[in-house]
Design a protein around this ligand. Structure first.
Ligand code: D5M
Ligand code: FE
Ligand code: ZN
Length: 498
């Protein structure tokens, strides 16, 4: 630890010494503490030890953006079960007695965007109006053109889309906002505490700025920046019976790195008594590896035909107990359009995957299960946030932090342009209108469990070992983990199958 620049409390050292695998526990503790922390406390040590424990029986609730849930390792390999035959089956509530899964915000069959200039104007306007509506009760703002007629020195506020962020010669920040009437510059002084909020800004997100107009009235000196955000007091809905959901993503069947054995171990576990309460399986995209997604991807394909990849995926899905309810959305490797919102799989692919009668819906979608609303989004914008935001706001190691930023902005993928492909629809499907109880993403192949203003955040890992590309950029994926969400408490227990 000292070689990494950390000290540890004496009692923390004792906790590590008593761990089954002290070295792994120390590494975990260092990974988990904030970059600016200098001392590993007893609490840090205990959290790290419980995460490295094998077959531990404790369950901890992740409290902050940075923590992960309890990890339990399942290494027992049983004969694969087939749907409808094993013990777990009788114990689960019969499908007919479960409340129906409700799906909202499904773009499937509703897409109208053709990419014309007018389509972009329409979707921008819709985004602006809906997010400005969220800010309206907190910021008494005026349209940009009304500000131009106000006397210099008056107090004023604007709600607008971030059009430009520039630093001035003196190191202050010039943030230009745009509303439906025009644009207006705001200036954030570098020494003010709100300068930190500028670090979090992304192009095309909607914010409110309060401040004082300059003497000539031409610029707004910012005193406060408001994000649409989630109320701190948000109180999530929970199930009224003991029932759980497995949250996974990024299966990547068809890749040479697909982890078939680990998948079988997971499916086998779902057939055990321990998994009796796991009645739902949510899959947040990248069912298959796809073809032509990245340069040189074909060199790592195990199955080169896209339909055959889905046929194999369907075979793997068969190993999941037949009395579980499955919901799936596509990701960037799937055979649907890449631009978001992505419509769900077409008829031909649905037919291939018809085992289980899964609910097949768009990316993103909001599904309500046992009264708990889950915002399902594959997560491509997380790449963008990691690239654009400072490390304390978004890293691959802690994808839940980036997810928290998306909730704060109440938008799943703010920047148009950049790396994201976005289809301009009549309404902006990527706006987060209603606060979800659970936010589930994938894509970055990193496990992340956290909480933001009481919303449960889960980024599931993947079922694909490190690819050549990931090796070249030093990404170590979190493989074969299944975060299990208790729908009654929103606690997460991470099950590990490798
Ligand atoms: O991507 C998994 C993660 O790895 C995600 O963060 C993007 C990144 N990734 C993987 N392959 C590439 C290439 N070839 N270029 C850029 N970024 C990449 P997923 O799309 O879910 O496989
Ligand atoms: Fe993926
Ligand atoms: Zn992906």
């Amino acid at each position: 630890m000292t070689s990494d620049g950390y000290n540890a409390d004496r009692d923390a050292v004792t906790v590590f010494a008593n761990a089954d695998d002290p070295i792994a526990a120390v590494e975990r503790a260092i990974e988990a503490v904030a970059d600016d922390a200098l001392t590993i406390t007893v609490a840090d040590a205990e959290a790290a030890v419980s995460r490295t424990a094998t077959n531990s029986t404790e369950t901890t609730t992740p409290q902050t953006g940075g923590s992960t849930g309890t990890t339990k390792t399942n290494t027992s390999k049983k004969e694969p079960g087939s749907p409808g035959e094993t013990k777990g089956v009788d114990a689960r509530t019969p499908a007919a007695d479960r409340p129906p899964v409700h799906v909202a915000k499904d773009i499937t069959g509703e897409s109208t965007g053709t990419g014309t200039y007018q389509d972009f104007v329409t979707v921008f306007r819709d985004r602006f109006e809906r997010l400005a509506g969220q800010l309206r009760s907190r910021v008494t703002h005026r349209p940009t053109d009304a500000l131009e007629t106000m006397a210099g020195g008056s107090e004023a506020a604007i709600v607008g889309m971030v059009n430009d962020i520039r630093s001035t010669a003196n190191g202050h920040w010039l943030v230009e906002l745009e509303d439906t009437n025009g644009t207006f510059p705001t200036l954030v002084m570098k020494d003010r505490a709100i300068a930190d909020d500028v670090d979090a800004l992304l192009h095309d997100e909607v914010i409110g700025v309060e401040g004082t107009l300059s003497d000539d009235g031409g610029i707004l000196f910012a005193d406060a920046i408001h994000f649409p955000d989630v109320p701190r007091t948000y109180s999530p809905s929970t199930a009224d019976r003991p029932v759980e959901a497995a949250l996974i993503s990024d299966v990547h069947v068809g890749s040479q790195e697909f982890l078939a054995e680990e998948w079988s171990a997971f499916a086998d576990w779902l057939h055990t008594e321990e998994a009796d309460r796991v009645e739902y399986l949510l899959i947040a995209g990248d069912m298959v590896e796809g073809v032509g997604v990245y340069p040189d991807q074909d060199e790592e394909l195990d199955v080169i035909d896209i339909y055959e990849q889905y046929e194999r995926f369907a075979e793997y899905l068969k190993a999941v107990p037949g009395d579980m309810e499955i919901v799936m959305i596509p990701g960037n490797h799937d055979a649907v359009r890449l631009a978001e919102p992505q419509p769900a799989f077409d008829e031909e692919l649905r037919e291939i995957m018809r085992v289980h009668d899964a609910k097949i819906t768009s990316n993103p979608s909001v599904v309500t299960i046992e009264g708990v609303s889950v915002l399902l989004y594959h997560g491509v914008s997380i790449d963008e946030l990691v690239a654009e935001l400072p490390d304390d706001l978004a890293t691959y190691e802690n994808p839940q932090n980036a997810m928290a930023q998306l909730l704060r902005k109440r938008h799943l993928a703010p920047p148009f342009g950049g790396h994201m492909r976005i289809s301009p629809e009549e309404s902006d499907y990527l706006v987060i209108d209603e606060v979800p109880d659970v936010f589930h993403t994938g894509h970055v192949h990193k496990l992340g469990v956290g909480q933001y203003h009481n919303v449960r955040l889960v980024n599931s890992g993947c079922w694909q070992a490190q690819t050549a590309f990931q090796k070249s950029v030093n990404i170590t994926p979190d493989t074969a983990t299944a975060p299990i969400l208790d729908l009654q408490t929103l606690e997460v227990t991470v099950r590990k199958f490798s």
